[in-house]
Design a protein around this ligand. Structure first.
Ligand SMILES: Cc1cc2nc3c(=O)[nH]c(=O)nc-3n(C[C@H](O)[C@H](O)[C@H](O)COP(=O)(O)OP(=O)(O)OC[C@H]3O[C@@H](n4cnc5c(N)ncnc54)[C@H](O)[C@@H]3O)c2cc1C
Length: 494
């Protein structure tokens, strides 16, 4: 949307960052349809940062131009506020709060089979308030459950980012693609008093480096130029690996981000949330450098979809971080994610309206399907009193993932992680099969499944590309690996 910018430049930046694995058509789609989506968001009330009446365009790592439309330093929250406000006025939309989606309803849940295709008929959902599991029958189902950062000890993701949709999709037979590409954000606040349970760390947005902040070692030495000519604004994978390397060389627990070039007024004005949060931790970022460490930030892989957001399961769509649309390839270009979520959600809406993919079920058909679907059966299952098993298992998964399959990987570590996760997966399945469901147990089951998918995908890629760095295969191998990794339960072989 910037005057000196154009679609081709944004496309090229995205492709370069994606290290050969982006689907150019998907990239072109989000770039070209993005401005229209942003205008629509503004029409429904989203308020983005402006200067002299014009949108203020920020710059982030890997972008050759200032082009990031943002709402101060809480863009996602502003989009969510505007959308929730809009749907609260639409009486055709019903929100089911306090429901936790457990599994997709497919042919195997029907008493009498209806189709030869792998088809989705809705979900089983745990009603957190009643403690019962309900069937929600739908002609079309869209998974929009977000990413899976919670498989790691330190993540910028919220506690809900347990990869539920990816695990549900995998269990139902969806193709899951490129799970080895987990983006670590280079600059999360280093906080020794961090909440160990959720592992959620506070993000120091890339826009801070875009505004001129520079990374330094604890001794005060700038180091990024030695790794990349773009210095502190190199793409995230390069910056995260550089920080990881500096920390390993020095034994330090973190590095520092120096904001002195930005200026006090601009810091307070453009980064009010970061400024206030750091103050609560005793750090005045207008005077002091911020201690930072890399943390798991974005799941580039997920349920494979086409340009209409369709999955390989009929009547099932997916949108947002739960997907692998082909936009991000081996590494997501900063801030392409919200754009991808908007553009692909719009594509899904258009596709469903066209009724090309989905069957046009009447209310009567749907109630027939409901009768034909098995009820959730937990007769004979017990309420767990073994909370310790759940919390220990969660911690163990996070430790295995962080120790063996973080920023730098190798075959030995992957094999070790695989053995441990497969054992945990079996144990958790055993426990799940005899226990009445609750949110913690359901999340644990999903976390171990997603961890398994990340490790299995990483083991298939014996090269280094984008976010997947193998110390024993340090180079790119286009001959064998210039392709997406795809895993599906139906034809899965390691
Ligand atoms: C700190 C931070 C900063 C970021 N900054 C940017 C940025 O500046 N620009 C950008 O483009 N991207 C940014 N990203 C990435 C971007 O915010 C996410 O990719 C995006 O919000 C994902 O949206 P989503 O709708 O797919 O999922 P989410 O926003 O995570 O929403 C998923 C929803 O599904 C619900 N859910 C999950 N599981 C279940 C279940 N089993 N049953 C019922 N409900 C469920 C959750 O409660 C949640 O409401 C940032 C991410 C983080 C963590």
């Amino acid at each position: 949307m910037g005057e000196d910018d154009n679609f081709e430049m944004h496309i090229n930046d995205t492709l370069e960052c994606g290290a050969g694995l982006c689907n150019t058509e998907a990239v072109r789609k989000i770039v070209e349809e993005g401005p229209g989506m942003i205008r629509e968001l503004m029409e429904i009330g989203a308020k983005f940062s402006k200067e002299n009446g014009a949108l203020l365009l920020g710059k982030e790592g890997g972008h050759s131009m200032n082009r990031i439309i943002h709402a101060k330093d809480l863009t996602g929250k502003e989009i969510e506020r505007a959308l929730l406000n809009k749907i609260s006025k639409n009486n055709k939309i019903r929100l089911f709060e306090y429901y936790f989606a457990i599994d997709l309803l497919t042919e195997k849940n029907l008493k009498k089979k209806l189709s030869k295709d792998l088809r989705c008929y809705g979900i089983y959902a745990f009603n957190v308030k009643s403690g019962k599991v309900d069937k929600i029958i739908a002609g079309t189902t869209i998974l929009a459950t977000g990413g899976a950062g919670q498989i790691y000890l330190h993540t910028t993701n919220p506690a809900i980012a347990t990869g539920d949709g990816i695990a549900m999709g995998y269990r139902a037979g969806c193709e899951i693609s490129n799970m080895e590409f987990i983006q670590f954000h280079p600059t999360a606040l280093y906080d020794p008093e961090n909440d160990e349970r959720t592992g959620q760390v506070f993000l120091i947005s890339e826009a801070v480096r875009g505004a001129g902040a520079v990374l330094k070692t604890i001794k005060g030495k700038e180091f990024m130029k030695a790794y990349d000519k773009r210095g502190s604004l190199a793409p995230r994978d390069i910056v995260a690996r550089a920080i990881d390397n500096e920390m390993k060389k020095s034994g330090d627990t973190h590095v520092l981000l120096d904001l002195s070039k930005i200026g006090i007024e601009r810091i307070k004005n453009e980064f009010p949330n970061i400024y206030k949060y750091c103050l609560t931790k005793g750090i005045d970022i207008t005077k002091q450098m911020i201690p930072v460490v890399p943390a798991a930030h974005y799941t580039c892989g997920g349920i494979k979809t086409d340009l209409n957001g369709r999955t390989n399961v009929k009547d099932l769509y997916a949108s947002g971080e739960v997907t692998m649309t082909g936009v991000h390839g081996a590494n997501r270009l900063a801030s392409n994610s919200l754009l991808e979520a908007m553009v692909f959600s719009n594509a899904i809406y258009t596709d469903i309206n066209g009724k090309v993919n989905s069957k046009n079920y009447s209310r009567k058909d749907l109630s027939g399907i409901k009768k034909n679907t098995y009820d959730w059966d937990d007769d004979g299952m017990e309420n767990t009193e073994e909370w310790i098993l759940i919390s220990h298992n969660k911690k163990e998964i996070k430790e295995v993932m962080s120790d063996y399959i973080g920023i730098v990987r190798n075959t030995l570590r992957l094999e070790r992680a695989y053995r441990r996760i497969v054992m945990m997966k079996d144990e958790i399945k055993d426990f799940y099969d005899k226990t009445k469901v609750n949110v913690d147990l359901l999340e644990l089951r999903n976390l171990v499944t997603v961890a398994f998918l990340v490790i299995s995908s990483a083991m298939k890629r014996k090269e280094s590309r984008g976010l997947h760095y193998m110390s024993d295969f340090p180079g790119k191998d286009d001959k064998n690996f210039l392709k997406d990794t795809v895993i599906s339960k139906i034809n899965y072989k390691l």
